[in-house]
Ligand binder design. Structure first.
Ligand SMILES: Nc1ncnc2c1ncn2[C@@H]1O[C@H](COP(=O)(O)OP(=O)(O)OP(=O)(O)O)[C@@H](O)[C@H]1O
Ligand SMILES: [Mg+2]
Length: 575
């Protein structure tokens, strides 16, 4: 079984719940109801009306690596069901008291099997109308070390709710219900995708979202994406499913963000519910114990497919400014009166860094001119992007290199250089902190308070000084100096959430890079600025240092090569 990534399948109640819900969906359930007690730790019950499990198959269901779904490795590659490892129930049964009662439509009555800390009890007859009921009690009762890692009841329940929501969004045709400690927290009938999204993502999102449906040769992308005016301050409303599974995928996320690039401010996040259906042979779902990450065989093809589909959808006339759907972000980047939208001010740092990066870029210009003269005598020494010839309409730099003509988008190229430079400059240091004259008090949920208290040291490395000042209140005494102009409480909230989800380092890197890219855009040379030949050569040299140093060229190109052969063909030379 070493084709299967071994690992912890159930690291917390939400993970167990996700597995049980997926099993219900795999069994074709039309209705699934969930009852949790004490954050799912004390008890978790999932009742479905699916196909049920045969009496003879019950012992297999709780045996590790027994699955009704996969016979060969080839099957694994094209798994159409959410489950394929035959590991989930056995893993749960190993760390809890698990009981399954199930009845197939053709059976006279139901059967029950139990598994407690890995010990399977004999099957016995039981009563149940149809489908399957799985009950998990006292999670981690036999593994105190794991139990210690559990967060508060509120946090564990919130995670369960999140897992539940992700699954409910993906199957609008299935009815779902959720209760916690006897109190009903969600109840939804079978409905359309837009209705389900309205319920779980938000009415404003669903009302304005643009429908996407694009069929490629081996993939299809369908779903709802926010109209540009309905972006969010955080990534909460991003639901991407690959072959029916909720995943976090950098490739698709990047493509989506690129598609919004012209209509979205750096500080805002797109909202979407997207389903990518792709030939299972082209995607590896077996890279993460919870199957929450995938690896595409050809990630650049996926990137292009997603990017083009969304670009097309977002550029459809009427999308940017739907009458009556509220203010949009104009392509020019002017902020509309979007609630909560704060246009970042450029602080002292924001100005100083790019300005010096810009100045140093031109310092090399003189030296380069000397090399231009030298290389005229020695043409083989020509640098990859060659030497500038002229500027076209204040937008493009034309250059000659060994292969032919190079055309550079001046603003895009400089933006990239400034951005990479800033990133590099900051990589070594931790974020400086800026104390607030008047501390900001923020109402917070118990989970947020817990996250802030436990993660105090991590927060400090990010430049935050935060303390609980009441049962539902946090006090921000200092903020990261670089981000001092942004909405501090919103920033803290997303930091806390992401710290819980991904760990501190990732938050630091991602938020910071977003901010830097905003700064870089503001600082980069604008189109229509006349450059001297020396300045243009300096730009080319900086590009070589930046782009050829291995940083990949995301999204829009900064330069294009026109080889001599292509030009010759245009003019039918040498035919
Ligand atoms: N709610 C259910 N209704 C019907 N059959 C179920 C249900 N839950 C589990 N089963 C059966 O029990 C088997 C084992 O489930 P388990 O979740 O452990 O493995 P799996 O779903 O096959 O793979 P994975 O470990 O990837 O989830 C399933 O293959 C399925 O046949
Ligand atoms: Mg399963």
């Amino acid at each position: 079984m070493n084709q299967i990534a071994a690992g912890e399948v159930v690291d917390r109640p939400a993970a167990a719940l996700k597995e049980l819900l997926e099993n219900s969906l795999d069994a074709g359930a039309r209705s699934v109801s969930v009852d949790l007690s004490e954050g799912g730790v004390r008890r978790m019950r999932v009742v479905d009306d699916g196909a049920g499990i045969d009496q003879d198959d019950l012992p297999l269901a709780v045996a590790r690596f027994a699955t009704s779904r996969i016979a060969t490795i080839e099957d694994l590659e094209r798994a159409a069901t959410l489950g394929f490892r035959g590991e989930a129930l056995a893993s749960i049964g190993a760390v809890a008291r698990l009981a399954i009662v199930s009845r197939r439509a053709d059976a006279k009555h139901a059967f029950r099997i139990a598994c407690e800390a890995g010990v399977v009890s004999p099957i016995e007859p039981a009563a149940l109308a149809a489908g399957t009921t799985v009950e998990v009690e006292d999670l981690y009762f036999n593994t105190p070390a794991r139990r210690k890692f559990l967060k508060s009841e509120a946090t564990e329940f919130a995670r369960c709710e999140e897992a539940f929501t992700r699954i409910a969004i993906s199957r609008p045709q299935v009815a779902f219900a959720l209760a916690h400690n006897g109190r009903r927290s969600a109840h939804m009938p079978p409905e359309g995708a837009r209705e389900r999204a309205a319920r779980l993502v938000g009415d404003d999102f669903a009302a304005s979202a643009v429908e996407v449906d694009s069929q490629g040769s081996r993939a299809r992308l369908a779903g709802l994406v926010a109209a540009p005016g309905f972006t969010r301050a955080n990534r909460d409303a991003q639901f991407l499913y690959v072959n029916g599974r909720f995943v976090r995928d950098k490739v698709a996320a990047h493509a989506i963000r690129e598609a919004y690039a012209d209509v979205l401010h750096h500080d805002r996040h797109p909202a979407y519910v997207l389903f990518l259906e792709i030939d299972p042979a082209l995607v590896d779902v077996n890279v993460h114990p919870a199957k929450s990450e995938v690896r595409f065989r050809d990630s650049s093809a996926v990137h292009q497919f997603v990017f083009h589909t969304l670009s097309r959808a977002l550029s459809t006339p009427g999308v940017h400014q739907k009458p009556g759907t509220g203010p949009g972000l104009l392509p020019g980047g002017q902020p509309g009166s979007v609630p909560g939208f704060a246009f970042p001010q450029q602080g002292a740092f924001a100005m100083a860094q790019p300005a010096s990066a810009y100045a140093s870029m031109f310092e090399t210009a003189v030296a380069d001119e000397r090399r231009v003269a030298a290389s005229a005598a020695e043409p083989t020494q020509s640098p990859p992007l060659g030497y500038a010839l002229a500027q076209l309409h204040g937008v493009y730099v034309l250059a000659q290199n060994a292969a032919g003509l190079v055309v550079v988008d001046m603003h895009a190229a400089h933006e990239r250089i400034v951005y990479e430079g800033l990133k590099e400059a900051l990589d070594a240091t931790t974020l400086p902190s800026q104390p607030l004259l008047v501390p900001i008090s923020v109402t917070a949920t118990p989970e947020e308070i817990e996250q802030a208290t436990n993660g105090r040291a991590e927060l400090e490395t990010l430049g935050f000084d935060v303390a609980a000042s009441g049962p539902r209140e946090l006090l921000i005494r200092a903020v990261p100096a670089l981000l001092a102009d942004l909405d501090a409480s919103g920033l803290l909230r997303s930091v806390l959430r992401e710290m819980g989800e991904f760990g501190a380092s990732r938050v630091l890197v991602e938020r910071r890079n977003e901010l830097l890219s905003t700064m870089a855009c503001h600082a980069a040379v604008r189109a229509n600025r006349t450059l001297t030949i020396a300045e243009m050569n300096a730009l080319l040299r900086q590009m070589e240092r930046t782009e050829f140093a291995g940083s990949c060229n995301h999204g829009r190109p900064t330069w294009v090569q026109f080889p001599m052969a292509d030009l010759d063909r245009l003019f039918m030379r040498g035919r």
